[in-house]
Ligand binder design. Sequence first.
Ligand SMILES: C[S@@+](CC[C@H](N)C(=O)[O-])C[C@H]1O[C@@H](n2cnc3c(N)ncnc32)[C@H](O)[C@@H]1O
Length: 210
Amino acid sequence: MSRPRRLLLGAVLAIAAAALWWRKNPSACPYGQRFWVQAPHPFITRARLREILEPVPGEHVLEVGPGTGYYTLDVAEWIGPDGAMHILDVQQEMLDHTMGRASERGLALSPLLADATQMPHEGASFDAAYLTTVLGEIPDQEAAIRELARVLRPGGRLIVGELLGDPHYVSFGALSEKASAAGLVFELRLGGFLGYFARFRKPGDATGEG
Ligand SMILES: C[S@@+](CC[C@H](N)C(=O)[O-])C[C@H]1O[C@@H](n2cnc3c(N)ncnc32)[C@H](O)[C@@H]1O
């Protein structure tokens, strides 16, 4: 084999090994690598999030893992000044970055440094919650989805976005199993294998009736 081919093969194998290692060792994308989350998000666009989230002015919404706020500011605008936009992240730098951007746009957010698997919120606190390219970074995904289900009000919705190419990509099949185990009901999916949003609903209605 020629030298350039050996080099190319070596590079491909190194990238594949790194991707495999990342998959087997889930961890939060470090703030120092935020350029990944600031790049455009094909397939899981803000417009698509709006379509599947169906935000209503005045709602209480939780975003887990906002990163640098790619979706946050728009969602805060969609729910308007009567709504309440909460963000939760394990990295203070991500929260600070998003808060800085929000204040530039005159938007109020409630930030919280916490882990998605142990949220301090009371049960039934939110009308909706969403997370995009976050779930695969969490070592105990089942616990995170259980927590999300707990903090949603009856009838509330959970939106999960995933993008192929993210080393922590969670397939729709794996997500559906976990959501179902947490008592959530699948409702809608936008997008395919390359990148999708999925919506699940917590059974019951706002009055708590099952
Ligand atoms: C790849 S970034 C995605 C950022 C943003 N959702 C986006 O799509 O642009 C993942 C984010 O999830 C956060 N995160 C990772 N594990 C978490 C956990 N266990 N609880 C809360 N946030 C977490 C990271 O700190 C980071 O802000």
